[in-house]
Write a protein that binds this ligand. Structure first.
Ligand SMILES: [Fe+2]
Length: 310
């Protein structure tokens, strides 16, 4: 499969170069947010100290409608104490379970805010749902950069490449930096399985193909996940695994599971899942690049909840 897929081939070659040469491998710190089970990452090039922040979390107390910055400030502190220079603020997708802290981090640390180019499809669907009005641009312009499949980028002297991995949402991207792949909401730890595919624009068949695409990268590619929920019998949170481990052990997509079997399992399971607690505030804010809706004439921003519409 790698041979027919130019972007994937380039990713595999990049990973190979990084595995051969330590200077092409990034340093990675994971920050786990227990409230939303999200892992944020600070990834940096040890030689130049250039850094990317992936999938940050803004703390949000839904009942009170109050935001706070404990999670984001842990990242600010890490970046400052390691003298890192943030060049990228990356979102793997428009999250439905937490609000992004990217604008807050951008103000404190700089960097370009980026997401996958298909975000415009997500903006279209949710712009309609939230009746966002004509002042809400549905062209991705809330972000500084929109990544496309196979697009290369750099983190200091370390190579990066973006892969489009739709299915959970139409816009999901995986970002491969050196030998490490940040796979967003595609696959979870082997004992937990995979992300849901039932949000508007989601597709279980597409998700399977995206995951199998990632799993055709070299066996010892390091995979970093966006979430962990533990799993029956496991007491510790975990968010790092490898392609080889997933191919041998993933309870939903290990080698031998067919696309039809996966789709049947995923669709059945998704019907039993409740919507994430923070889906309405999260999506509404994240499709705006993590910025709250424009304040009304009293200076207050409001989060809308569509009633009987989802
Ligand atoms: Fe997600």
């Amino acid at each position: 499969m790698v041979g027919h897929d130019v972007a994937l081939q380039a990713a595999a070659e990049q990973i190979g170069r990084a595995q051969d040469e330590k200077a092409l491998r990034p340093s990675i710190a994971g920050f786990f947010d227990e409230a939303t089970n999200t892992v944020s990452y600070v990834v940096h090039d040890p030689a130049t100290c250039e850094a990317a922040i992936i999938d940050s979390v803004l703390d949000y107390e839904a009942a009170a409608g109050r935001t706070s910055y404990g999670s984001a400030d842990r990242i600010v502190e890490y970046v400052n104490s390691h003298n890192l220079k943030v060049t990228w603020l990356i979102e793997t997708h428009a999250h439905a379970d937490h609000i992004s802290a990217a604008p807050y981090l951008q103000e404190k640390l700089g960097g370009k805010l980026a997401i996958g180019a298909e975000i415009i499809r997500v903006q279209e669907v949710f712009g309609k749902l939230f009746n966002a009005g004509t002042d809400f641009e549905r062209d991705g312009s809330q972000f500084d950069h929109l990544f496309t499949d196979g697009e290369k980028f750099n983190l200091g002297e370390i190579e990066g490449i973006a892969l489009h991995v739709p299915g959970h949402t139409p816009a999901d991207m995986a970002f491969i930096i050196g030998d490490a792949a940040f796979v967003g909401d595609t696959i979870f730890m082997p004992d937990f399985g995979t992300a849901r595919a039932d949000f508007p624009g989601g597709d279980a068949r597409e998700l399977f193909r995206s995951i199998r695409r990632l799993l055709s990268l070299p066996e010892d590619t390091r995979l970093f996940l966006c979430h962990d929920y533990k799993a029956p019998g496991r007491d510790e949170y975990a968010w790092e695994t490898t392609v080889g481990q997933q191919r041998r052990e993933n309870v939903h997509v290990k080698d031998g599971v067919s696309e039809d079997e996966f789709v049947e399992m995923r669709t059945t399971r998704d019907k039993t899942l409740a919507m994430p607690n923070l889906i309405m505030p999260s999506v509404q804010v994240n499709i705006r690049g993590g910025r709250l809706p424009e304040p009304e004439d009293n200076g207050v921003s409001y989060i809308k909840i569509p009633v009987n519409a989802v």
